[in-house]
Design a protein around this ligand. Structure first.
Ligand code: HEC
Length: 303
């Protein structure tokens, strides 16, 4: 049901914007996430995390995992105390955000842009909302860099780590540690090989495999009809109109326009969706297969 709703909202867009997008994976060696602390009002120190991982899905959902045990304060005992008292051995923190990947995909190599980002940092059981601007640079065809445009401040109270900071002060016999930490990030993402349809989010390669089930009857080349009609240019076309194929009248008179939404319903249950049509196929059971085969058709059979 969720899938259907999604397909309906994108139905018109898929015809208008056949743009393809990919997913992206964080390149840990070129990425850097750091925060600052100030003790005794005067001594500023930089801490960072050396172990980051993450990815961005084609629709711009960013997920970054921060291995809290990889914190680097440049002093071993401080690393240990940080992990034990501040991060309370929580393992990983996750940063999730929504990002306009269409905007990013439009950037030419060497071009930059500033985009809004709304992120949520989940740290030791507390979620901190972050609303900020990010600076994006397209480094190459296959890589982008995203960095904080300004410093981002995270309050230790919001982050739920105040008690841990108290403990650090006590252990290190410090009169004070500031209760807000500036955070900066530089994240480099590489494009994944996998080709994903920007609008449906379907995986084109996986869709090609699903299409094997259709191949007994359908080809994607123009005008090549078999048991079933050629599916060339099918997305955006009116049902039952392909030249040179004798369609059943039920399909021909259905008045359907093939969009991601209508195909989703048809492929899930061909007989139920258009009673009386002559496609001898029980339908695809998995939502995933449907999304992927539509992505494949979208890519392969452009009109
Ligand atoms: C056993 C043969 C067979 C298989 C397998 C099959 N189809 Fe069909 N398909 C047909 C026939 C025959 C029609 C025409 C039905 C009619 O005229 O009522 C058709 C019609 C269609 C149409 C409508 C085309 C148009 O121009 O309106 C689409 C879309 C379609 N099939 C997609 C698929 C996909 C995707 C698969 C695999 C998941 C598939 N079919 C599997 C035989 C098949």
């Amino acid at each position: 049901m969720k899938l259907l709703l999604k397909a309906v909202t994108i139905a018109s867009a898929i015809v208008a914007t056949p743009a393809l997008a990919t997913s992206w994976t964080l390149a840990p060696e070129s990425s850097h996430l750091a925060y600052g602390t100030i003790k005794k009002d005067t001594v500023g120190e930089v801490n960072s995390f050396t172990n980051l991982s993450g990815h961005v899905s084609p629709d711009g959902k960013v997920e970054i995992e921060i291995d809290l045990s990889s914190v680097e304060t440049n002093i071993d005992i401080r690393n240990e105390r940080m992990i034990e008292y501040v991060f309370r051995k929580a393992g990983t923190a996750t940063l999730t955000a929504e990002f306009d990947m269409q905007e990013v995909s439009k950037l030419g190599v060497g071009e930059t842009s500033i985009v809004d980002a709304e992120a949520v940092l989940s740290l030791v059981g507390t979620a901190v909302e972050i609303d900020t601007e990010m600076f994006v640079a397209r480094l190459s065809e296959t890589s982008v860099m995203v960095s904080t445009n300004n410093m981002v401040f995270i309050s230790t109270e919001d982050a739920g780590v105040n008690a841990g900071v108290d403990k650090l002060m006590e252990l290190a016999d410090l009169p004070g540690i500031t209760r807000t930490a500036p955070v900066t990030a530089r994240l480099v993402f590489n494009m994944d090989d996998k080709k994903v349809d920007a609008v449906t989010g379907g995986d084109i390669k996986a869709g090609k495999k699903v299409f094997r089930k259709c191949k007994a009857c359908h080809q994607t080349k123009e005008g090549r009809h078999g048991v079933g009609p050629s599916l060339h240019g099918v997305i955006g076309a009116t049902a039952g109109q392909s030249d040179g194929f004798k369609f059943s009248s039920s399909l021909q008179e259905s008045g359907i326009t093939w969009t991601a939404a209508s195909l989703t319903e048809f492929l899930a249950d061909p007989k139920g969706n258009i009673p009386g049509n002559r496609m001898q196929f029980p339908g695809l059971k998995k939502d995933e297969d449907i999304v992927n085969v539509i992505a494949y058709l979208q890519d392969k059979t452009k009109g």
